[in-house]
Design a protein around this ligand. Structure first.
Ligand code: GAL
Length: 678
């Protein structure tokens, strides 16, 4: 039996909680008592504390006062709740910014910022690191073994860049190390003879930016890598005192469609993943919105290959989008259960209680300004909480996936940066979503993995638009196919190496020509309205944006172009390599072609849905499963506001919400069912 893995070992349950800022209500302690009562009513068992509480804990430099935390943790604990405790580095006190300007960032125009909002500190500044280290040590010593505290939430939503002299020097040192203190090696790797921008020394290197360099792609890539590295090193500095005085697990809360940091690297230094999920529900087709949110749930689950936490979500609406629409009744609960279906062990909200003033005073919260539990939103949260109690045994179980999709931040950066193809139609994210959707619609679990990740457990790996394929990735893919895996690559794969230099000798580079048995000759970049077509099994499928022509070197064509100057040449190929197969889709289809090829592959590889279907489920319906090695849990979800046709299960299962044994379910509007194998 597979061992259960919990994000927080000391609390092996599903977590239902919220960000809670009691420090905002210090002058009205009666609110704290009301909160305790309401938390019980809302079926909440956790609160995340201290995220922005630095000035409450250290009002003046070196003067600490933890009395409010002592008191509130005690209250929550004796109320039967648990606490995830945050380190407060997401926003710093005014005295710190005033006394040590070096903690403030310098922007791309060279301007030193003033205090501004939050999440805006220099990650290199030794002073900031030292101050954060000190307050974290204090928190770890004081609460690191507290029975009510179950995990560390380190800072908040790390993001941003700084170009101060300290950061510039650190960047230069990073490059010195990478290029063995040899500026000639850097010049070669960056191809700086282009436009005569050769560097004479590492001291000349500035971060890229509008006023400095923009055209050296290798530099741009290394700057992005450096930003991740510096952030990770800052996180390590935060975590060090926590680990010294406490054995509680550590997480950082990551973000939706966040492009600035390579979270695969961030994941290496934390114990479990968590993230903040704010999709734009009801702005278009909720089925598409759900699937995209599902992509990120899958990605964050796959980061640590164990249950993650949904650290933040709104119970109703946010206040920072152009239009802020509340989640409709029903969807509010469903969007929470969605996270559990994808492998989360929690549903947590931003925020418990609406603040009275400042910029988030109109943001959704479990408790509104009326201060009661008598609202629609509160009742929905109550419902979610009571469902989580009923399905608590699911905590710690995992999502087993036979399919993985490769997603890579570095690839996203360099694709965005490159000038070529159609500059406005690269659509890397969209393309990843489009492949993921095929599995989502069929109720097939899908992991989202790094190109360097372990692929050995998957029957099928999809690698959309892997334009940057470094040597390590190429070897990883090659070994995967060699040993019997089925790899599905697409146009643009293997164009540049890890320094963003084009491969010489033919694309896909780094030996992948052999794996796919072909070489790319040229790319036709289509105008937006232009369409080409490919024929597969006598059916014609529309193509858009990109059509590569390829020369076969051992692969066989399984689909052909039927128009364009490349009519009758291969559009999709298949090649046997080692014990496996490599499929190459040389063109972007408008929907249909990849679905058909993948349907055939799923059949051949015997990859089945978690429910009884060999086809896509009705529009808006999906299914997921989790397992603890002994039992399987199946979730069927309907993201439309209309009833869905019945979904059939493979075999009778116990409906965990009703106790009935069923072999199919009828999903109402925004309905879901949760089953356990018998
Ligand atoms: C998150 C942030 C929270 C809160 C929330 C509002 O990104 O972590 O502190 O601002 O957004 O939606």
């Amino acid at each position: 039996m597979a061992k259960k893995q919990y994000p927080c070992d000391s609390f092996p349950h599903l977590i239902h909680g919220a960000d809670y800022n009691p420090e905002q209500w210090m002058a009205q302690k009666d609110i704290w008592d009301a909160d305790m009562e309401l938390m019980g009513k809302a079926n909440c068992n956790e609160m995340t504390l201290g995220i922005f509480a630095w000035s409450a804990i250290e009002p003046r430099e070196g003067e600490y006062d933890c009395s409010f935390l002592d008191e509130i943790i005690e209250k929550i604990g004796s109320n039967g709740g648990k606490v995830i405790l945050s380190t407060p580095s997401g926003a710093r006190p005014r005295w710190l910014a005033e006394k040590y300007p070096q903690v403030l960032r310098v922007d791309a125009q060279g301007r030193r910022e003033h205090i501004r909002g939050r999440h805006n500190h220099c990650f290199t500044s030794p002073v900031y690191r030292e101050k954060v280290h000190s307050i974290n040590r204090l928190l770890a010593q004081r609460y690191g073994n507290h029975p009510a505290v179950i995990a560390w939430h380190v800072s908040n939503e790390y993001s941003g860049q700084c170009r101060c002299p300290l950061c510039v020097a650190a960047f230069q040192n990073y490059l010195r190390e990478k290029f063995h203190d040899d500026i000639g090696e850097l010049n070669q790797a960056y191809w700086t003879s282009f436009w005569s921008h050769t560097y004479d020394s590492f001291e000349q290197i500035e971060p890229p930016g509008e006023l400095t360099e923009t055209g050296i792609h290798g530099l741009n890539l290394d700057w992005n890598r450096f930003v991740t590295r510096q952030t990770v090193s800052f996180i390590e500095n935060e975590i060090a005192p926590l680990r010294e005085y406490s054995s509680l697990p550590v997480t950082v809360n990551m973000m939706y469609e966040f492009t600035e940091l390579d979270y695969h690297k961030v994941a290496e230094v934390i114990d479990f993943a968590s993230w903040d999920c704010y999709p734009e529900w009801h702005n278009g087709d909720n089925a598409v919105i759900a699937q995209r949110a599902g992509f990120w749930h899958d990605l964050y689950r796959s980061l640590k290959k164990k249950p993650f936490l949904l650290m933040e979500s709104t119970p109703s609406l946010v206040n920072w989008k152009p239009y802020n629409k509340p989640k409709a009744p029903g969807l509010d609960v469903l969007s929470s259960i969605q996270a559990i279906a994808h492998g989360s062990d929690s549903v947590q909200y931003f925020q418990w209680r609406k603040s009275r003033g400042s910029s988030e005073k109109l943001h959704g919260a479990v408790v509104g300004h009326d201060g009661t539990g008598d609202t629609r939103v509160f009742r929905s949260v109550q419902t979610t909480g009571s469902i989580l109690k009923k399905i608590d045994e699911i905590a710690g179980s995992y999502v087993d996936a036979e399919v993985a999709l490769i997603f890579d931040w570095e690839n996203m950066w360099v694709l965005e940066d490159c000038q070529g193809f159609s500059n406005v139609d690269k659509k890397y994210m969209e393309t990843c979503y489009a492949y993921h959707r095929i599995f989502w619609e069929r109720g097939i679990n899908c992991d989202i993995v790094s190109p360097h990740g372990d692929l050995s457990g998957y029957k099928l790996v999809i690698a959309p638009m892997l334009y940057l394929t470094d040597e390590a990735t190429a070897r990883n893919l090659e070994n995967y196919v060699q040993r019997g895996g089925t790899l599905y690559g697409t146009y643009m794969m293997g164009t540049v190496d890890g320094n963003d230099l084009c491969y010489l000798g033919g694309v896909p580079g780094a030996g992948l020509k052999n794996v796919f048995g072909l070489q790319v000759e040229e790319m036709d970049n289509l105008y937006p309205e232009e369409r080409r077509h490919a024929s597969l099994g006598g059916v014609s499928y529309p193509l858009e944006d990109y059509c590569e022509t390829v020369k076969l070197l051992g692969a066989k064509a399984i689909a052909h172009y039927t128009d364009g100057y490349y009519r009758d040449t291969p559009a999709v190929t298949e090649c046997t390599f080692g014990r496996g197969k490599a499929i190459y889709q040389a063109c972007r289809d408008s929907g249909g072609l990849k679905e058909q090829i993948l349907a055939d592959l799923l059949e051949k590889l015997d990859i089945v849905s978690t429910v009884d279907t060999r086809e896509a489920l009705p529009h808006g319906v999906t299914a997921h499963s989790r397992t603890d090695g002994q039992h399987t849990y199946v979730f069927a979800e309907n993201y439309l506001e209309t009833e869905a046709p019945a979904v059939r299960l493979h075999r009778p299962m116990e409906n965990l919400l009703t106790g009935q044994i069923e072999d199919h379910c009828k999903l109402t509007a925004y309905g879901f069912s949760i089953y356990k194998s018998l």
